[in-house]
Design a binder for this molecule. Structure first.
Ligand code: FES
Length: 160
């Protein structure tokens, strides 16, 4: 456990006195610092907040924006919710998989990119939606997607 985590847990509990409520901000803060949430981290957070490891694990694994495995420098989420699926998100995923040479759920060998699917990202009006390091892009036309430009950070970024 990193020394600063106790202080972060204290601050989260001050803001959200119920342990269940302080869990999300604490997990978020630790992930921002560490890049992901290891099994050890889950145990440490449970201990800091007086929750069971199983409970913390269930919350961390429920939200697709918490990473239970190491991720690359750039994390790409392709929304596969209904609106995005109807708008062709499977073709967007295929194009990015082909470009990166990996499948959904994997990280490129150089550690640069991780490609993940996500359930509805609450931006259905932009379907199909892709997030690049949590920045929204959409609508992403699978037929016109320039994967090189997208991976380089260009294209259709929208503020949400
Ligand atoms: S289904 Fe993709 S943002 Fe809602």
């Amino acid at each position: 456990m990193k020394p600063e985590w106790s202080q972060w847990a204290k601050e989260a509990k001050e803001q959200f006195p119920q342990a269940n409520s302080s869990l999300l901000p604490l997990l978020h803060r630790i992930q921002q610092a560490e890049g992901w949430l290891s099994d050890e981290t889950i145990q440490d957070v449970a201990s800091l907040l007086g929750l069971t490891t199983q409970y913390v694990e269930s919350v961390a694994s429920f939200y697709s924006l918490f990473y239970r495995d190491k991720v690359g420098k750039t994390v790409i989420h392709v929304c596969v919710g209904l609106s995005c699926a109807l708008a062709g998100s499977d073709h967007v995923m295929e194009k990015l998989e082909h470009k990166l040479g990996i499948h959904e759920g994997q990280t490129t060998p150089d550690g640069q990119y991780t490609l993940l699917e996500a359930e509805c990202l609450a931006a259905c009006n932009l379907a199909p939606v892709v997030q690049r390091n949590l920045r929204f892009h959409g609508p992403v036309d699978p037929a016109e997607l320039d994967a090189d430009a997208f991976l380089a950070g260009d294209g259709n970024e929208v503020n949400r």
